[in-house]
Design a binder for this molecule. Structure first.
Ligand code: TXA
Ligand code: MG
Length: 314
Protein backbone atom coordinates (compact mmCIF):
# COMPACT_ATOMS: atom_id res chain seq x y z
CA UNK A 1 0.00 0.00 0.00
CA UNK A 2 1.33 3.42 -0.96
CA UNK A 3 0.01 6.23 1.24
CA UNK A 4 -0.86 9.63 -0.21
CA UNK A 5 0.28 12.30 2.25
CA UNK A 6 -0.90 15.92 2.31
CA UNK A 7 1.78 18.57 1.98
CA UNK A 8 0.93 20.01 5.41
CA UNK A 9 2.92 19.71 8.65
CA UNK A 10 1.53 16.33 9.63
CA UNK A 11 2.01 14.91 6.11
CA UNK A 12 5.60 16.14 5.99
CA UNK A 13 6.32 14.84 9.50
CA UNK A 14 5.08 11.41 8.38
CA UNK A 15 7.17 11.64 5.18
CA UNK A 16 10.34 12.56 7.09
CA UNK A 17 9.68 9.72 9.53
CA UNK A 18 9.40 7.20 6.70
CA UNK A 19 12.64 8.48 5.14
CA UNK A 20 14.45 8.20 8.50
CA UNK A 21 13.19 4.63 8.67
CA UNK A 22 14.88 3.89 5.31
CA UNK A 23 11.63 3.84 3.32
CA UNK A 24 10.88 5.53 0.01
CA UNK A 25 8.74 8.65 -0.33
CA UNK A 26 7.92 10.44 -3.58
CA UNK A 27 7.70 14.23 -3.25
CA UNK A 28 7.08 17.21 -5.51
CA UNK A 29 9.86 19.42 -6.81
CA UNK A 30 9.41 22.32 -9.24
CA UNK A 31 10.71 20.08 -12.07
CA UNK A 32 9.09 16.65 -11.62
CA UNK A 33 8.21 14.40 -8.66
CA UNK A 34 11.25 12.75 -7.11
CA UNK A 35 11.46 9.23 -5.66
CA UNK A 36 13.22 10.04 -2.40
CA UNK A 37 15.32 7.90 -0.11
CA UNK A 38 18.01 8.59 2.52
CA UNK A 39 21.17 9.19 0.44
CA UNK A 40 23.32 7.89 3.37
CA UNK A 41 21.62 4.52 3.47
CA UNK A 42 22.75 1.76 1.11
CA UNK A 43 19.52 -0.08 1.78
CA UNK A 44 17.29 2.90 0.96
CA UNK A 45 19.25 3.71 -2.18
CA UNK A 46 19.20 0.10 -3.35
CA UNK A 47 15.43 0.16 -2.80
CA UNK A 48 15.17 3.20 -5.12
CA UNK A 49 16.88 1.30 -7.94
CA UNK A 50 14.67 -1.70 -7.25
CA UNK A 51 11.40 0.29 -7.20
CA UNK A 52 12.26 1.99 -10.51
CA UNK A 53 13.72 -1.10 -12.15
CA UNK A 54 16.71 1.14 -12.89
CA UNK A 55 20.11 -0.07 -14.10
CA UNK A 56 22.38 0.42 -11.12
CA UNK A 57 25.17 2.07 -13.14
CA UNK A 58 23.00 5.16 -13.52
CA UNK A 59 23.78 7.49 -10.58
CA UNK A 60 21.24 9.60 -8.65
CA UNK A 61 20.86 13.29 -7.80
CA UNK A 62 21.28 14.26 -4.13
CA UNK A 63 18.81 16.93 -2.98
CA UNK A 64 19.93 19.36 -0.29
CA UNK A 65 18.35 22.42 1.36
CA UNK A 66 21.06 25.00 0.63
CA UNK A 67 24.60 25.70 -0.54
CA UNK A 68 26.07 25.13 2.93
CA UNK A 69 24.71 21.57 2.90
CA UNK A 70 26.06 21.09 -0.63
CA UNK A 71 29.54 22.13 0.46
CA UNK A 72 29.50 19.58 3.27
CA UNK A 73 29.39 16.77 0.72
CA UNK A 74 31.07 18.24 -2.39
CA UNK A 75 33.74 20.68 -3.57
CA UNK A 76 32.41 23.73 -5.44
CA UNK A 77 34.70 25.50 -7.91
CA UNK A 78 34.26 29.04 -9.25
CA UNK A 79 31.76 28.20 -12.00
CA UNK A 80 29.77 26.03 -9.59
CA UNK A 81 29.53 28.94 -7.16
CA UNK A 82 28.42 31.39 -9.82
CA UNK A 83 25.73 29.01 -11.10
CA UNK A 84 24.55 28.12 -7.59
CA UNK A 85 24.28 31.81 -6.74
CA UNK A 86 22.26 32.52 -9.88
CA UNK A 87 19.99 29.47 -10.10
CA UNK A 88 19.58 27.87 -6.66
CA UNK A 89 17.15 27.08 -5.35
CA UNK A 90 15.90 25.94 -8.74
CA UNK A 91 15.95 23.49 -11.66
CA UNK A 92 19.72 23.10 -11.94
CA UNK A 93 21.87 20.10 -10.99
CA UNK A 94 25.64 20.45 -10.62
CA UNK A 95 28.05 17.53 -10.89
CA UNK A 96 30.82 18.20 -8.37
CA UNK A 97 33.79 16.32 -6.90
CA UNK A 98 32.56 14.26 -3.94
CA UNK A 99 34.12 15.19 -0.59
CA UNK A 100 35.99 12.45 1.21
CA UNK A 101 33.94 11.11 4.12
CA UNK A 102 30.77 12.82 2.88
CA UNK A 103 28.76 9.84 4.08
CA UNK A 104 26.85 9.44 0.81
CA UNK A 105 26.12 5.83 -0.13
CA UNK A 106 28.39 4.74 -2.98
CA UNK A 107 25.28 3.39 -4.70
CA UNK A 108 24.14 7.01 -5.18
CA UNK A 109 27.17 7.92 -7.25
CA UNK A 110 27.49 4.48 -8.84
CA UNK A 111 31.07 4.54 -7.60
CA UNK A 112 31.99 7.78 -9.46
CA UNK A 113 34.27 10.32 -7.73
CA UNK A 114 31.62 12.99 -8.44
CA UNK A 115 28.17 13.62 -7.04
CA UNK A 116 25.18 15.31 -8.69
CA UNK A 117 23.60 17.85 -6.31
CA UNK A 118 20.53 20.05 -6.48
CA UNK A 119 18.83 22.58 -4.20
CA UNK A 120 15.15 22.44 -5.22
CA UNK A 121 12.92 25.52 -5.02
CA UNK A 122 9.59 23.81 -4.43
CA UNK A 123 8.37 24.82 -0.95
CA UNK A 124 7.22 21.26 -0.17
CA UNK A 125 10.62 19.82 -1.15
CA UNK A 126 12.31 22.51 0.94
CA UNK A 127 10.16 21.78 4.00
CA UNK A 128 10.74 18.05 3.64
CA UNK A 129 14.52 18.59 3.44
CA UNK A 130 14.40 20.79 6.56
CA UNK A 131 12.41 18.22 8.51
CA UNK A 132 14.47 15.25 7.38
CA UNK A 133 17.69 17.23 7.83
CA UNK A 134 19.74 14.92 5.65
CA UNK A 135 20.57 14.41 1.98
CA UNK A 136 17.72 12.93 -0.10
CA UNK A 137 18.65 10.88 -3.16
CA UNK A 138 15.89 11.19 -5.73
CA UNK A 139 15.54 10.20 -9.34
CA UNK A 140 12.31 11.04 -11.12
CA UNK A 141 9.48 9.00 -9.57
CA UNK A 142 8.65 6.79 -12.57
CA UNK A 143 9.54 3.26 -13.59
CA UNK A 144 12.85 3.38 -15.48
CA UNK A 145 12.44 4.44 -19.11
CA UNK A 146 8.90 5.74 -18.71
CA UNK A 147 7.45 9.27 -18.71
CA UNK A 148 8.44 11.44 -15.72
CA UNK A 149 5.65 12.32 -13.26
CA UNK A 150 4.46 15.89 -12.80
CA UNK A 151 1.52 15.05 -10.52
CA UNK A 152 1.03 12.74 -7.54
CA UNK A 153 -1.44 10.68 -9.61
CA UNK A 154 1.29 10.00 -12.19
CA UNK A 155 3.56 8.67 -9.43
CA UNK A 156 0.84 6.29 -8.28
CA UNK A 157 0.17 5.10 -11.84
CA UNK A 158 3.77 3.87 -12.08
CA UNK A 159 4.83 3.03 -8.53
CA UNK A 160 1.77 2.29 -6.37
CA UNK A 161 2.58 -0.62 -4.08
CA UNK A 162 6.33 -0.21 -4.63
CA UNK A 163 6.95 2.83 -2.39
CA UNK A 164 5.78 3.79 1.09
CA UNK A 165 4.17 7.13 0.25
CA UNK A 166 3.78 10.08 -2.08
CA UNK A 167 3.44 13.65 -0.80
CA UNK A 168 0.83 15.39 -2.95
CA UNK A 169 1.97 18.91 -3.75
CA UNK A 170 -0.10 19.43 -6.90
CA UNK A 171 1.28 19.82 -10.44
CA UNK A 172 4.95 20.72 -10.97
CA UNK A 173 5.51 24.26 -12.26
CA UNK A 174 8.53 23.67 -14.53
CA UNK A 175 7.51 20.20 -15.73
CA UNK A 176 10.92 19.20 -17.16
CA UNK A 177 13.82 17.71 -15.22
CA UNK A 178 16.67 19.89 -14.06
CA UNK A 179 19.47 21.02 -16.34
CA UNK A 180 22.61 19.00 -15.46
CA UNK A 181 25.97 20.77 -15.69
CA UNK A 182 29.53 19.75 -15.01
CA UNK A 183 30.65 23.28 -14.07
CA UNK A 184 34.41 23.17 -13.48
CA UNK A 185 36.95 23.67 -14.83
CA UNK A 186 35.23 23.97 -18.23
CA UNK A 187 31.44 24.05 -18.13
CA UNK A 188 29.70 21.22 -19.93
CA UNK A 189 25.98 20.55 -20.35
CA UNK A 190 25.16 16.91 -19.54
CA UNK A 191 21.37 17.20 -19.87
CA UNK A 192 19.24 20.11 -21.10
CA UNK A 193 16.44 20.95 -18.65
CA UNK A 194 14.60 23.61 -16.70
CA UNK A 195 17.38 26.23 -16.93
CA UNK A 196 18.10 27.09 -20.60
CA UNK A 197 21.72 26.81 -21.67
CA UNK A 198 21.61 30.43 -22.84
CA UNK A 199 20.95 31.48 -19.22
CA UNK A 200 23.95 29.46 -17.98
CA UNK A 201 26.18 31.11 -20.58
CA UNK A 202 24.93 34.57 -19.64
CA UNK A 203 25.92 34.00 -15.99
CA UNK A 204 29.28 32.39 -16.77
CA UNK A 205 30.15 34.82 -19.55
CA UNK A 206 31.46 31.97 -21.68
CA UNK A 207 30.12 29.19 -23.87
CA UNK A 208 28.98 25.93 -22.31
CA UNK A 209 29.99 22.90 -24.32
CA UNK A 210 27.28 20.40 -24.98
CA UNK A 211 27.33 16.66 -24.45
CA UNK A 212 29.38 14.12 -22.67
CA UNK A 213 33.04 14.48 -21.94
CA UNK A 214 34.48 11.33 -23.50
CA UNK A 215 36.61 11.04 -20.34
CA UNK A 216 33.64 10.74 -17.98
CA UNK A 217 31.77 7.47 -17.77
CA UNK A 218 28.26 7.36 -19.17
CA UNK A 219 27.04 10.43 -17.28
CA UNK A 220 23.34 11.22 -17.33
CA UNK A 221 22.19 7.69 -18.26
CA UNK A 222 21.02 9.21 -21.46
CA UNK A 223 19.72 6.11 -23.11
CA UNK A 224 18.29 7.03 -26.50
CA UNK A 225 14.91 5.48 -25.74
CA UNK A 226 13.50 7.15 -22.64
CA UNK A 227 10.30 8.87 -21.56
CA UNK A 228 8.63 6.17 -23.60
CA UNK A 229 4.83 6.14 -23.84
CA UNK A 230 3.02 3.08 -25.20
CA UNK A 231 2.26 4.77 -28.53
CA UNK A 232 4.81 5.43 -31.28
CA UNK A 233 5.71 9.06 -31.85
CA UNK A 234 6.27 11.17 -34.96
CA UNK A 235 7.94 14.58 -34.63
CA UNK A 236 7.79 17.81 -36.68
CA UNK A 237 4.18 17.17 -37.68
CA UNK A 238 2.14 20.01 -39.15
CA UNK A 239 -1.04 17.95 -39.55
CA UNK A 240 -2.33 14.61 -38.28
CA UNK A 241 -2.11 11.59 -40.53
CA UNK A 242 -5.07 9.19 -40.33
CA UNK A 243 -5.26 7.57 -36.90
CA UNK A 244 -2.75 9.90 -35.25
CA UNK A 245 -3.34 11.99 -32.15
CA UNK A 246 -1.82 15.38 -33.00
CA UNK A 247 -0.31 17.46 -30.19
CA UNK A 248 -0.16 21.08 -31.29
CA UNK A 249 2.03 24.04 -30.46
CA UNK A 250 1.52 27.67 -31.50
CA UNK A 251 0.00 27.90 -34.99
CA UNK A 252 -0.29 24.10 -35.34
CA UNK A 253 -3.55 23.16 -33.64
CA UNK A 254 -3.99 19.67 -32.24
CA UNK A 255 -6.47 17.51 -30.38
CA UNK A 256 -4.25 18.48 -27.46
CA UNK A 257 -1.79 21.37 -27.40
CA UNK A 258 1.42 22.02 -25.49
CA UNK A 259 0.74 25.75 -25.74
CA UNK A 260 -1.70 27.40 -28.12
CA UNK A 261 0.12 30.68 -27.51
CA UNK A 262 3.46 29.15 -28.52
CA UNK A 263 4.82 29.75 -25.00
CA UNK A 264 7.77 27.44 -24.20
CA UNK A 265 7.38 27.76 -20.43
CA UNK A 266 3.76 26.66 -20.66
CA UNK A 267 4.74 23.87 -23.09
CA UNK A 268 7.40 22.53 -20.71
CA UNK A 269 4.98 22.52 -17.78
CA UNK A 270 2.41 20.62 -19.88
CA UNK A 271 4.75 18.20 -21.65
CA UNK A 272 4.71 15.03 -19.55
CA UNK A 273 1.03 15.31 -18.63
CA UNK A 274 0.08 15.75 -22.29
CA UNK A 275 2.31 12.86 -23.32
CA UNK A 276 0.28 10.66 -20.95
CA UNK A 277 -3.04 12.10 -22.15
CA UNK A 278 -2.08 11.57 -25.80
CA UNK A 279 -0.99 8.03 -25.01
CA UNK A 280 -4.38 7.34 -23.43
CA UNK A 281 -6.29 8.85 -26.39
CA UNK A 282 -4.16 6.98 -28.93
CA UNK A 283 -5.03 3.63 -27.35
CA UNK A 284 -3.23 0.30 -27.84
CA UNK A 285 -0.52 0.43 -30.56
CA UNK A 286 -1.56 4.05 -31.15
CA UNK A 287 0.33 6.85 -32.82
CA UNK A 288 1.06 10.36 -31.57
CA UNK A 289 2.35 13.25 -33.70
CA UNK A 290 3.97 16.36 -32.22
CA UNK A 291 4.06 19.81 -33.82
CA UNK A 292 7.54 21.36 -34.22
CA UNK A 293 8.98 23.13 -31.16
CA UNK A 294 11.60 25.85 -31.72
CA UNK A 295 15.13 24.79 -30.72
CA UNK A 296 15.77 27.75 -28.37
CA UNK A 297 15.64 28.21 -24.59
CA UNK A 298 13.41 25.59 -22.95
CA UNK A 299 12.58 24.34 -26.44
CA UNK A 300 15.92 22.52 -26.48
CA UNK A 301 15.00 20.49 -23.40
CA UNK A 302 11.48 19.83 -24.71
CA UNK A 303 12.91 18.57 -28.03
CA UNK A 304 15.47 16.44 -26.18
CA UNK A 305 12.65 14.69 -24.28
CA UNK A 306 10.51 14.34 -27.42
CA UNK A 307 13.38 12.82 -29.41
CA UNK A 308 13.96 10.27 -26.65
CA UNK A 309 10.24 9.50 -26.46
CA UNK A 310 10.24 8.98 -30.25
CA UNK A 311 13.40 6.84 -30.36
CA UNK A 312 13.12 3.16 -31.27
CA UNK A 313 12.48 1.12 -28.10
CA UNK A 314 15.29 -0.93 -26.66
O1 TXA B 1 14.69 17.51 -12.01
C1 TXA B 1 15.37 16.54 -11.71
O2 TXA B 1 16.58 16.48 -11.92
C2 TXA B 1 14.63 15.35 -11.05
C3 TXA B 1 14.14 15.83 -9.69
C4 TXA B 1 13.52 14.73 -8.89
O3 TXA B 1 15.19 16.43 -8.99
N1 TXA B 1 15.50 14.24 -10.91
C5 TXA B 1 15.92 13.52 -11.98
O4 TXA B 1 16.70 12.45 -11.67
O5 TXA B 1 15.63 13.80 -13.14
P1 TXA B 1 17.05 11.28 -12.66
O6 TXA B 1 17.65 10.20 -11.85
O7 TXA B 1 15.86 10.90 -13.47
O8 TXA B 1 18.18 11.87 -13.55
C6 TXA B 1 19.43 12.15 -12.95
C7 TXA B 1 20.52 12.17 -13.96
C8 TXA B 1 20.80 10.79 -14.48
O9 TXA B 1 20.68 10.77 -15.89
C9 TXA B 1 22.22 10.50 -14.01
O10 TXA B 1 22.95 9.73 -14.90
C10 TXA B 1 22.80 11.89 -13.82
O11 TXA B 1 21.73 12.63 -13.34
N2 TXA B 1 23.87 11.89 -12.81
C11 TXA B 1 23.77 11.60 -11.52
N3 TXA B 1 24.97 11.62 -10.92
C12 TXA B 1 25.87 11.94 -11.87
C13 TXA B 1 27.29 12.10 -11.88
N4 TXA B 1 28.01 11.94 -10.78
N5 TXA B 1 27.88 12.42 -13.05
C14 TXA B 1 27.13 12.60 -14.16
N6 TXA B 1 25.80 12.44 -14.21
C15 TXA B 1 25.17 12.11 -13.08
MG1 MG C 1 14.30 10.18 -14.93
Amino acid sequence: MTRTLASDDSGLAAAAGLLLDGQLVAFPTETVYGLGGDARSDRAVAAIFDAKGRPSFNPLIVHLPDMAAVERIAHAGPNARALAQAFWPGPLTLVLPLREGAGISPLVTAGLPTVAVRVPAHPVAQRLLQRFSGPIAAPSANPSGRVSPTRAAHVLQGLAGRIAAVVDGGPCAVGLESTIVLPDPDPRLLRPGGVPVEALEAVLGRPVSIGQDPATPNAPGQLASHYAPEATIRLLATAAEPGEVLVGFGVVPGVLTLSAAGDLVEAAANLFHILREADRLAGPRGRIAFAPIPEVGLGRAINDRLRRAAAPRL
